[in-house]
Design a protein around this ligand. Sequence first.
Ligand code: HEC
Length: 225
Amino acid sequence: MRAKSWFIVCLGMLLAGSPWTGLSSLARGEGELDRRLARMLKEAEFTGRMESELADRLGREVDDELADLGRFLFFDRLLGMKLDNACAGCHSPVSGFGDTQSIAIGIDNNNLVGPNRTGPRNQRRTPMVLNTAFYPALMWNSRFFANSGDPFDNSLGFTFPQPDGATLSYLPHLLTAQAFIPPTERNKMAGFEFAGDNDDIRSEVVSRLNSTPSYRRLFRNVFAL
Ligand code: HEC
């Protein structure tokens, strides 16, 4: 049958109303499911207005230039000592800032993100990082945490495993402090060849940023007084 004839048959079925009977009962079923879901979301205090409430929850307006700078860093392999992985290599925006891989693949990957990524595996799955600014504890087993129970409050310090311990507590927010960790992890981003400790790796990242004029300009715009 030619395409035009199919169209006429389908149109006929639609006008006869037969498919609608099935569809409306489906809609009734979904309506009930929707109501149950809406109830559960309300109980869990989901409002569906994350963006419009963000400034309130953050306690400040979103600074677009600062957010852009963070976005550039998140996607930049310059933070990997071997220039072969970025935060987004594992926390992929197309997978809700999580991963399609069951266990993360870090260094020595094939430069792909998603199902076709290959390379040596780490030990755990990459979690989604949406909304993590509001988490008082991070990582699957909560081993990074704000001692105050509030990620916005560093007054009692932040706890990280050794060797970093409490040394990142001067940072204003738990998530800001957390960002200092992945570039130092050997199987995630740093690789095993670079000689030096976590602070040496961080200094190397800073000196790479310092020698990139576009980053100097972006940092100056956001942080210069
Ligand atoms: C090799 C893949 C990989 C890379 C690269 C990577 N991460 Fe992750 N990330 C993970 C995994 C796996 C975990 C959970 C690990 C655990 O619990 O031990 C995680 C956890 C996190 C968490 C905590 C999420 C939660 O729900 O507790 C944040 C936030 C995060 N990463 C941010 C970053 C940032 C920022 C970068 C870049 C500077 C980065 N990650 C680079 C794999 C990666």
